[in-house]
Design a binder for this molecule. Structure first.
Ligand code: DGJ
Length: 730
């Protein structure tokens, strides 16, 4: 069955997923007008004729037709110059200095399947039957510049992807000043703008504000997707909730600087755009050259934000993440970072691993501090050679002993960085991102290696490969701990300096492609000071990410809740750490810490040798409970039941695919005197099935659990949690 239709008569394109329609049309003078994005329709006669009207101060590209202005027209990929005063999707500078561009429909092709994007991460198909793709080519007649808008429809995943490629078919150089990956003009602006904002250790707070006239935007100029904003936004109707109402999600598959903006115009129409940040960006496109902009993933839900998120989860888990770990349950790890920081030796590491084994954990991860002469964060990044003073038997010595205990061995690296105090920097001071004659700012005593340069990438790939081959390593935590400053490259001519940040990303993606395909058995976890690069671009290479350096159980409510707007649980690391918590100094129970961390890819990050017998027993119980439920948690459907951003409490439910098992996590954050009783309505179960609930006596119908709701215990004290397993009765 076709999912992309082109109507020769009306020149309309209709893209259909299981529940969504997306329609646009070639209109007069071959402009491309946006018509509709929303709930699936079969016919669209109502859209056949765009409406035109003569409006004051909205100019007319064609003087014969005063009713036609680009200033108010709903468009698919707008340009600057011919009467549209709103945010353009593309902005170029020509050799004569002009910046006017006039893109008109030229041709289109419809094919089955989906092609990979050149050099960039993107969603993919496993067979051509899974998707259909449409490429519409727009042309500027004067310059012969062509812009290819590619749409892929994944009918069963209920998602549509978009990307843009520019080809310079002309004879002149063109400077690309801005290129959005996505533009949609909505007919009205009756939406809330939902974004995921934050900071280091406070990532992905859900912010929701009504649109107002003018421009509202989110962005990162940091050279990475950032802790501060995530490359995602949703537009939701004011009354949209978790399970009702319209929501439109837009997610950018990119890990560098980005911008997304919503401009509400004079007619209260909303123009949404997203792509690489145009700030300090300029790409020189010589004749015959092309530029590929990253992909955006569009998800429409008529049934609330929960449905939108579940669509992203399944799609990203199955058709963005890759590799042999994609569909595998993830090992329960223990990481030594918060246990020892830089202060460890082989005996200490093995002692932690021994205790971890006693608690039935599966993987030991050696974090920062094993290389060069690194005793703190001032040295050695780039010198990826084991510190024999700390680890006289090398990585292999530790790994073998850890393996002998019956645990896998994993390692931390930060390949994109160099310390000023390192042999690598001494040898190659120009290998970092910098601007000649300007001071080089520091951040955590380190500089960003210039991955836009092939020789830099080659050397780092060589060094990291040697590490991975030096010991039986089955897991890698790939960290990145500072943002770019003084962005420039010694490898690029002056006219290409403003390409540095994007070329860095392309270089990073090339390195990740090389390393992850060279070591397919290794499970990679991305990290950037916790959650500074939790984005779809990284997810393509690494199926999981360290969600935050903040391991406090209460702070994790917000981090996990916000992350769940887009990212699947299988991609979000969550660890139990010691108390008082190192980031917020809060004391919570081991049970609360365990219950919250079991809502992600579970692990521990503390000195296990300090466990009392009682703690060790509880940890062992947590580990074994997680082994029972992890398939449901990591790969099930997630329902958000209570919001830390609204009620201040946290409720999440994971339901497995055949609705036979569910896991309820609830945290009542603050105790209250004489508190009312609480009940929480479950979701996603089968109405007619009978279930047991681990915290309650008896069996209950799915309908009761979802409509009447589960009575929660009376909470006495702060940070009280419930982790109940719901199982169907055979
Ligand atoms: C930042 C990470 O987020 C931490 O988990 C830890 O790996 C440190 N870096 C090590 O320097």
């Amino acid at each position: 069955m076709a999912h992309i239709h082109f109507d020769e008569k009306t020149k309309a394109f209709h893209l259909q997923t299981a529940k969504t329609s997306y329609i646009f049309q070639v209109i007069k003078e071959n402009y491309l007008a946006h018509s509709y994005w929303g709930k699936r329709v079969e016919d669209y006669h109502l859209l056949a004729q765009p409406r035109y009207h003569d409006r004051g101060f909205s100019g007319n590209p064609n003087k014969e037709d005063r009713t036609f202005s680009l200033d108010t027209l709903l468009q698919e990929y707008p340009t600057y110059g011919h009467t549209d005063y709103r945010q353009p999707a593309i902005h170029v500078e020509l050799e004569n200095g002009s910046t006017v561009l006039d893109l008109r429909y030229d041709s289109h092709t419809i094919t089955s399947g989906k092609k990979p994007l050149e050099g960039l991460p993107a969603t993919y198909t496993e067979s051509d039957a899974e998707a259909e793709s449409l490429t519409v080519t727009l042309k500027d007649a004067l310059t012969n510049l062509s812009v290819e808008l590619t749409y892929s429809v994944f009918p069963t995943y209920d998602a549509i992807t978009r990307s843009v490629r520019v080809v310079n078919n002309g004879e002149e150089n063109v400077k690309l000043q801005q290129i959005a990956s996505f533009n949609v003009d909505f007919e009205d602006a009756d939406f809330d703008f939902i974004t995921l904002a934050g900071a280091w250790a406070r990532e992905r707070d859900v912010e929701r504000t009504p649109l107002r006239r003018g421009t509202q935007a989110i962005e990162s100029r940091r050279g990475s997707s950032s802790h501060q904003q995530n490359p995602f936004f949703a537009l939701a109707r004011p009354h949209t909730t978790e399970d009702q109402g319209e929501a439109y999600g837009v997610s950018l598959v990119y890990s560098g600087s980005f911008e997304a903006s919503i401009e509400v115009d004079q007619l209260k129409q909303a123009r949404a755009t997203m792509g690489i940040h145009s700030f300090d960006f300029c790409w020189l496109l010589e004749p015959s050259a092309s530029f590929q902009a990253p992909e955006t993933v569009l998800v429409y839900s008529a049934n609330g934000l929960g449905d939108m998120s579940r669509t992203y989860h399944t799609f990203y888990r199955e058709r963005l993440a890759r590799g042999e770990h994609r569909d595998n349950i993830r090992p329960i790890l223990i990481n030594n970072w918060e246990a020892t920081y830089f202060d460890f030796d082989e005996e200490k590491l093995v002692a932690i691993a021994e205790k971890a084994k006693q608690a039935d954990m599966e993987l030991f991860v050696l974090d920062d501090g094993w290389f060069g002469k690194r005793e703190d964060d001032t040295t050695s990044l780039g010198d990826w050679f084991v510190n024999k003073e700390k680890l006289p038997n090398g990585l292999k010595g530790v790994a073998d002993r850890v393996n002998d205990l019956g645990l896998q061995f994993g390692i931390w690296v930060e390949p994109e960085m160099v310390s000023e105090d390192s042999d690598l920097y001494l040898e190659h001071p120009d290998w970092c991102i910098h601007v000649p004659a300007r001071r080089r700012s520091e951040s955590r005593n380190q500089r960003v290696l210039d991955f836009s340069r092939q020789e830099v990438r080659d050397e780092i790939v060589k060094r990291i490969s040697a590490v991975l081959e030096s010991a039986p390593i089955t897991y890698v935590k790939w960290d990145m701990n500072r943002n770019m400053t003084e962005i420039g490259s010694a490898g690029l001519p002056p006219e290409r300096q403003r390409e540095t940040a994007h070329r860095y990303m392309l270089g990073l993606y090339e390195v990740l492609e090389t390393i992850t395909t060279r070591y397919p058995h290794v499970l990679f976890e991305s990290c950037s000071g916790g959650g500074g690069r939790v984005d779809p671009g990284m997810l393509y290479y690494m199926p999981q990410a360290w969600s935050s350096d903040n391991t406090d159980a209460v702070a994790r409510q917000r981090i996990q809740y916000g992350s769940s707007f887009v990212y699947p649980t299988s991609s979000l690391g969550a660890h139990v750490s010691a108390v008082p918590n190192h980031q917020v100094n809060r004391i919570t129970s081991l049970k609360a810490r365990g219950d919250m961390a079991m809502g992600g890819v579970f692990g521990y990050e503390l000195d296990a040798t300090a466990f009392t017998d009682e703690e060790l027993q509880l940890v062992k119980e947590q580990v074994n409970l997680y082994k029972e439920i992890r398939e449901t948690v990591q790969f099930g459907d997630l329902y958000r039941l209570d919001s830390p951003f609204e009620s201040g409490n946290y409720g999440t439910l994971y339901v497995n695919r055949n609705q036979t098992e569910a896991v309820l996590t609830y945290m009542n954050t603050l105790g209250e005197a004489n508190a009312p009783f609480k009940r929480v309505k479950l979701a996603g179960l089968e109405t007619s099935k009978q279930y047991t609930v681990s915290g309650l006596e008896g069996t209950f119908g799915g309908d009761e659990l979802m409509n009447i709701g589960v009575p929660l215990p009376y909470f006495y004290g702060d940070f009280q949690t419930v982790l109940w397993v719901v199982r169907s009765v055979e």
